[in-house]
Write a protein of this length. Structure first.
Lengths: 112, 114
């Protein structure tokens, strides 16, 4: 069955460092992958989308890589700030099917 | 409104009761989704509308769950004979046309079945 794993339920890093979050998947051939941020009691907020034929995408302090051979996406936040503390969700989408399959998320805490 | 609006934000009901959850998507968005999120988990797909029709309802867990979008805008998720296991946050999202794109989520409706 399809499975999406996000690294460690919780990740603590020091302010100013780079946070790296991992999303691994099995039994899935996604056409694209998205990352969302979710704060407690709020709905997910879209951050980045990367397609299967793209290796890397950047947006301000965010960078996403997508390796379809390793079946893995890495999500980086450079120069992290306490305001970056949240749960980050990866979500996979397959071709014409518009629904997303989400991982369980990684809770990131950036310590001042 | 500017974003996706969901009501009620919180609903507490008793086992066996009927519940309706409402979603008002971003104006002009043709695609509408319902997801369910349990504590510590990611959102789980329930149903997808393109316009008025349910394009994919494969995520609905059983026939107690039903959703409508009669005029292609507002959608209602209906749950009959609620069970304690239905307790979760029900998220609605909307998106523009096209096969791929970001989803805009509402804040969710937290359902608690006692």
């Amino acid at each position: 069955s399809q499975k999406i794993e996000q690294n460690s339920e919780a990740l603590n890093i020091q302010e100013g460092k780079t946070a790296t979050l991992t999303c691994n998947y099995t039994n899935y051939s996604p056409a694209y992958l998205q990352w969302y941020r979710q704060d407690p009691g709020r709905g997910p907020v879209f951050l980045l989308l990367i397609r299967e034929n793209e290796k890397e995408k950047r947006k301000e302090r965010l960078k996403v890589t997508f390796d379809t051979t390793l079946k893995q996406s890495l999500f980086h936040i450079t120069a992290s700030q306490p305001a970056d503390s949240a749960t980050y969700l990866c979500a996979l989408g397959a071709g014409s099917a518009r629904q997303l399959t989400f991982g369980s998320g990684t809770q990131l805490t950036v310590l001042p | 409104g500017a974003g996706v609006s969901q009501t009620p934000s919180n609903k507490v009901t008793e086992k066996g009761k009927y519940v309706e959850l409402r979603c008002d998507p971003i104006s002009g968005h043709t695609a509408l989704y319902w997801y369910r999120q349990s504590l510590g988990q990611g959102p789980e797909f329930l149903i997808y509308f393109q316009g008025t029709g349910a394009a994919d309802d494969s995520g609905l867990p059983n026939d107690r769950f039903f959703a409508v979008r009669p005029e292609g805008s507002v959608s209602t998720l209906k749950i009959q004979r609620t069970e304690r296991g239905d307790s979760a946050v029900y998220l609605c999202a909307s998106g523009g046309q096209g096969a791929v794109g970001e989803l805009f989520f509402g804040e969710g409706s937290r359902l608690t079945v006692l």
